[in-house]
Design a protein around this ligand. Structure first.
Ligand SMILES: *[C@@H]1O[C@H](CO)[C@@H](O)[C@H](O)[C@H]1NC(C)=O
Ligand SMILES: *[C@@H]1O[C@H](CO)[C@@H](O)[C@H](O)[C@H]1NC(C)=O
Ligand SMILES: *[C@@H]1O[C@H](CO)[C@@H](O)[C@H](O)[C@H]1NC(C)=O
Ligand SMILES: *[C@@H]1O[C@H](CO)[C@@H](O)[C@H](O)[C@H]1NC(C)=O
Ligand SMILES: *[C@@H]1O[C@H](CO)[C@@H](O)[C@H](O)[C@H]1NC(C)=O
Ligand SMILES: CC(=O)N[C@H]1CO[C@H](CO)[C@@H](O)[C@@H]1O
Length: 661
């Protein structure tokens, strides 16, 4: 059954593509005699959107109030079409879901009797008129909110029967969460000519990892506790990858001031036997995390004490990290947050009025918020104490542009020093970036490099401290090292991430003294020439924060370092960039500080062009994989903060525009 599901959705995707291809022609024709911009046109198509809705209260004959706003700008390239259901965030309907993940993008344990499966949704629209009012007559009549998802849906927990549909009530929380997402999506599904779409996805992730929990097996080895995934239970093969490589340095920092970690042994870095090849001359001038500094110094023969420690540690099995490598305050540290839901409501509290002008000014707003600190006394009253971790995402309409304003807050504390909060546009079907199972989302067609762009307005209000790796786009895709498409086999599928970090405090870990943290080469913006990382005169080290190879890369070029094998369900490759003139030709920030606090900006990013240019690992002699990106998201990863920090930002106008199909 699972693989059948997958086939169906692949077929749907192809169909969506075909339909959109045809539609593009007719839209171009329409555009000649109207001034509709493409994503307006798509929204227009969506108006006939049916409501495969089961919770409609006497709304069958009522008009869903629709409203159009102007296109994002006039310089719209007509070749590029929105691939999002809610292109530019102009749709008046609320379509938003929230997913929470533990360290390895799984659920693990839902945690406690009051904790539902961590998937939630708010799908709402304004309906006007009595049940007998025709669509034309609705103005002047009472309007109210129609909720497509209800409290009981939100509260579903593993093992519980779904109220309707062919969804399986798995007892296993990981499997159930996948089904719950599909179920919520079925309630929220909205049709358009280009295909059905579901929701924006708010993603929350807890970076705590308790290595004794039995959760999160390594994708680099074959621990017996590894659990096959439901769609393609591929056996995880043993591989020798780990020897001679060292762990993602991100994994080996600990917050120094963490009182609760006193019982955790101090940092013992996982080191490489071949670390010396990573170092030419230790660049002491570079501000690097202490662990990276230590690794570099280890190459210095003078540092005998360190070398001795290093040799002892080499005897440890690879990646059986010292407990101190991962933040965890103790039992239960990998919990999901308590999520509160302010359901979307009409901003005008009266709910209706006589004036059609006033009616047309009515919009919806709502929020999700909560905390990971389940022992917070305020939770009974839906309040979060100031010293607890905190997140919120609220949505409301910008009255000028008509775009949704997604306002985010994320706060880390000593118990939860590593949290992530993103707003994702995920593919509407198939495997999503990083997840080897069916997913639902906003992208009707998966964008492929090089012919796609992303538009968004980002207003960073608070940065979240120096550990906040704020991503002015994080894109996720999947292909195998031999270039084949991913098929759900978690031993050979590789998630590929590329992220532009705009926090100006983030430094380039990649530098002449740490070539293992750089990709093997850089493709020059102008000449397209490959500049090798050992070409210290020409390689743009400051354009790269950090690069790591997939744990199952058989032929990675030495020196290299392996991506964290625990934090994703399958091997991953990560390419993290920093603002630099080399990326500016694609519309990205050219210098640190651009787009940061006080510099709210509307970006048109040639994400397709940039991602086509980047290095990604493939086995030698294999055909280059088409680079398809099943997730495009924006947000921050506060990465092991040593103190309490808060990030706050607003995303609007988000669109993904493709020239393919
Ligand atoms: C998964 O991939 C591995 C490595 O390529 C391969 O050995 C195995 O046969 C695959 N499993 C399935 C079910 O295709
Ligand atoms: C609308 O206004 C008219 C006249 O001002 C009034 O007679 C009518 O009752 C109003 N309708 C509603 C629904 O308030
Ligand atoms: C949720 O709603 C309550 C009551 O209206 C309000 O006080 C609170 O600020 C809202 N929370 C968020 C995060 O929007
Ligand atoms: C929660 O609210 C109730 C009623 O307003 C109040 O009595 C109680 O003290 C509150 N509890 C906390 C922990 O704030
Ligand atoms: C630099 O790296 C390239 C590619 O790995 C290699 O062919 C070349 O010999 C290296 N040059 C030096 C000076 O090490
Ligand atoms: C222990 C280990 O992996 N050593 C390797 C270090 O790199 C040299 C040359 O690249 C190899 O020959 C060693 O086997």
């Amino acid at each position: 059954m699972p693989s059948k599901l997958l086939h169906i959705s692949l077929a749907m995707l192809l169909l969506a593509c075909t339909v959109q291809g045809k539609k593009r022609m007719s839209m171009l024709e329409e555009e000649q005699d109207s001034i509709l911009a493409p994503h307006e046109a798509i929204n227009f198509d969506a108006r006939e959107g049916n409501h495969p809705v089961k919770y409609q209260h006497n709304g069958n004959h009522r008009a869903v109030r629709e409203k159009t706003w102007k296109a994002m700008d006039d310089t719209y390239d007509s070749i590029y079409k929105s691939v999002l259901g809610d292109g530019g965030m102009r749709d008046p309907r609320v379509r938003v879901a929230l997913e929470s993940w533990n360290f390895c993008n799984r659920v693990g344990s839902e945690g406690g009797t009051n904790m539902p499966s961590p998937r939630f949704a708010d799908c709402a629209q304004i309906v006007c008129g009595s049940p007998l009012t025709s669509k034309e007559q609705y103005e002047g009549a009472a309007c109210e909110v129609e909720q497509l998802v209800n409290v009981a849906d939100d509260g579903l927990k593993s093992g519980q029967t779904f109220p309707q549909g062919d969804f399986v009530d798995y007892v296993q929380p990981d499997d159930y969460a996948v089904q719950k997402e599909l179920y919520l999506a079925s309630l929220c599904e909205t049709t358009s000519e280009a295909g059905p779409w579901h929701f924006w996805m708010v993603m929350l992730k807890n970076g705590n990892f308790d290595i004794h929990s039995g959760l999160c097996s390594s994708t680099a080895s074959s621990p017996s506790q590894s659990r096959p995934f439901m769609f393609y239970p591929g056996k995880i093969t043993t591989s020798s990858v780990a020897s001679g490589r060292y762990l993602n340095p991100q994994m080996t920092q600990m917050p120094a001031g963490d009182k609760e970690s006193q019982n955790i042994p101090q940092l013992g870095p996982i080191v490489s036997r071949n670390i010396s090849t990573a170092s030419s001359n230790a660049a002491e001038s570079m501000p690097l995390p202490s662990i990276v500094q230590a690794l570099l110094k280890s190459a210095n023969p003078v540092d005998n004490l360190y070398r001795q420690q290093q040799q002892e540690q080499m005897l440890l099995p690879p990646f059986i990290a010292n407990k101190g490598s991962f933040p965890c305050f103790g039992h239960g540290c990998m919990n999901h947050p308590r999520v509160f839901h302010n359901w979307s409501k009409i901003n005008d509290q009266e709910g209706y009025t006589n004036s059609s002008e006033f009616i047309s000014s009515q919009t919806l707003s709502g929020s999700f918020f909560g905390t990971y600190d389940l022992d917070d006394n305020g939770l009974a009253n839906q309040t979060v104490s100031l010293d607890s971790s905190y997140f919120s995402v609220d949505w409301s309409k910008d009255p000028q542009s008509g775009s949704w304003l997604f306002h985010h807050v994320l706060r880390v504390n000593h118990k939860y020093p590593w949290l992530m909060l993103y707003l994702r546009a995920d593919t509407t079907s198939g495997l999503s970036g990083g997840y080897p199972w069916e997913t639902r989302g906003m992208m009707i067609k998966v964008p492929e490099s090089p012919n796609f762009k992303v538009k968004l307005t980002l207003n960073v209000l608070r940065g979240g401290g120096s550990a906040s790796q704020f991503y002015l786009l994080d894109i996720g895709g999947c292909w195998k090292n031999d270039g084949r498409d991913c098929d759900g086999n978690t031993s050979s599928d590789v998630t590929r991430y590329s992220e532009m970090i705009i926090n100006p405090s983030t430094t380039n870990w990649c530098h002449p003294g740490a070539l293992a943290l750089c990709p093997p080469y850089h493709v020059d913006a102008k000449t397209k020439e490959h500049i090798y990382r050992n070409d210290t005169a020409r390689f743009p080290y400051t354009a790269y924060h950090y690069y790591c190879v997939p744990p199952n890369a058989q032929y990675a070029e030495e020196p290299f370092n392996v991506c964290d094998p625990y934090s994703n369900p399958q091997p991953q490759e990560i390419m993290q960039l920093l603002p630099h003139p080399e990326w500016a030709i694609h519309g990205y920030p050219s210098a640190k500080g651009q787009g940061w606090i006080g510099d709210s900006k509307s970006w048109t990013l040639d994400v397709g062009g940039l991602s086509q240019r980047l290095y990604f690992y493939q086995d030698p002699g294999t055909k280059p994989a088409p680079r398809r990106w099943t997730s495009v998201d924006v947000g921050t990863e506060i990465f092991i903060s040593q103190r309490m920090e808060t990030a706050e930002w607003i995303v609007s106008d988000f669109d993904v525009l493709s020239a393919d199909c």
